[in-house]
Design a protein around this ligand. Structure first.
Ligand code: F6R
Length: 249
C-alpha cells in the first residue's frame, strides 16, 4: 500500500489525476473503473483540463462504472450515467460505446448483473479502479454486511448512505432504495486501485479501513489485501493515519 497525503482537496485531485494520466499514457487502451460522488469530481475536472491542453487521449480507453441507482433512466439528472456524461464523457474524446454502467432501468435484475459481469470479463478486467470511500466504509455500493459479495449485485442502500447521498438530490426527490454495484471480487481483481479520500468526516473510517480488521462490516478493509493499492487522501482525511513520513509520502 502506498499512501499519498496531500495538502487539500485540489492537491488530492491533482495527484489522483496524475496517477490516472500515467495509466492512460502508458497503456492507451486501458480499462478504467470509475466512481461517482463528490470526492472524484475534482479528479475528473483535472483530467478534462489536461485533455483540453492536448496532454491526454481517451480515444482507445474503455470504462466501467462501479454502480447505478436502480430505477433511474440515463437522462435522469440523479443517475450515475448522467453524472458521468456531464462531468467526464461529454468533455473528452472517449467513444461513448466504450463507456459502461449498469442499466438502472433493466427489467430483470439477475440478467442485468450477469450482463455487467460479462462486459467486464470481455474487456479483460480492469486496469485501474478509482474508488471513493463511503462514510460507513462502503466501496461502490457494497454496504457493510456479513459477507463480501463477489460479482455485480443489486443492494438495498443503508439509511446512512441514502441520507449522505440526499445532499445531491433536489428537495422533494427521494434517493432510490436500491442500486446495482460491482462486487468486491471484481474490484479486487483490478490491477491497480486508487482510493481517493477527502475531508475530516472520512478520517476515522479511513483509519479503520486501512488498519482495522479485514471484515465485510467495513467493506473497504478488504483493500488491505490488494497488491497495488494507492491511497490519495487530503490532510483532513489522512491526519489519523499519517503520523510520520514513514507511512505516507
Ligand atoms: C459512487 C460510489 C460510492 C462513493 C462513496 C463516496 O460511484 O461508488 O462508493 O465513492 O459513497 O462518495 P462521496 O465522494 O460523495 O463522499
Amino acid at each position: 500500500m502506498q499512501i499519498y497525503k496531500t495538502t487539500d482537496y485540489h492537491d488530492m485531485s491533482r495527484k489522483a489525476a496524475n496517477i490516472i494520466s500515467a495509466q492512460i499514457i502508458l497503456k492507451p487502451n486501458s480499462v478504467l473503473g470509475l466512481a461517482t460522488g463528490s470526492t472524484v469530481l475534482g479528479i475528473y475536472n483535472q483530467l478534462v483540463e489536461w485533455y483540453h491542453k492536448g496532454d491526454l487521449d481517451f480515444s482507445r480507453i474503455s470504462t466501467v462504472n462501479l454502480d447505478e441507482y436502480k430505477g433511474l433512466a440515463p437522462d435522469n439528472h440523479q443517475s450515475y450515467r448522467y453524472y458521468m456524461d456531464q462531468n467526464l464523457f461529454h468533455q473528452i474524446n472517449i467513444n461513448k460505446e466504450n463507456t459502461h454502467l449498469p442499466n438502472g432501468q433493466a427489467g430483470n435484475v439477475d440478467e442485468e448483473c450477469a450482463r455487467f459481469n460479462d462486459i467486464i470479463e470481455h474487456l479483460g478486467g480492469i486496469d485501474l479502479q478509482l474508488l471513493g470511500l463511503g462514510r460507513n466504509g462502503h466501496i461502490g455500493f457494497n454496504e457493510p454486511s456479513e459477507v463480501f459479495e463477489k460479482g455485480t449485485h443489486c443492494v438495498r442502500l443503508t439509511g446512512s448512505t441514502r441520507e449522505a447521498n440526499s445532499r445531491l438530490f433536489d428537495r422533494g426527490e427521494t434517493v432510490p432504495e436500491y442500486a446495482y454495484t460491482m462486487g468486491i471480487r471484481t474490484i479486487l481483481l483490478a490491477k491497480k486501485i486508487v482510493l481517493a479520500v477527502s475531508g475530516e468526516d472520512k478520517a476515522e473510517i479511513l483509519k479503520e479501513a486501512l488498519y482495522g480488521p479485514v471484515s465485510p462490516a467495513v467493506p473497504a478493509s478488504i483493500l488491505q489485501l490488494h497488491p497495488d493499492l494507492i491511497v490519495v487522501a487530503d490532510a483532513a482525511a489522512a491526519n489519523s493515519i499519517c503520523f510520520s513520513g514513514e507511512e505516507c509520502v
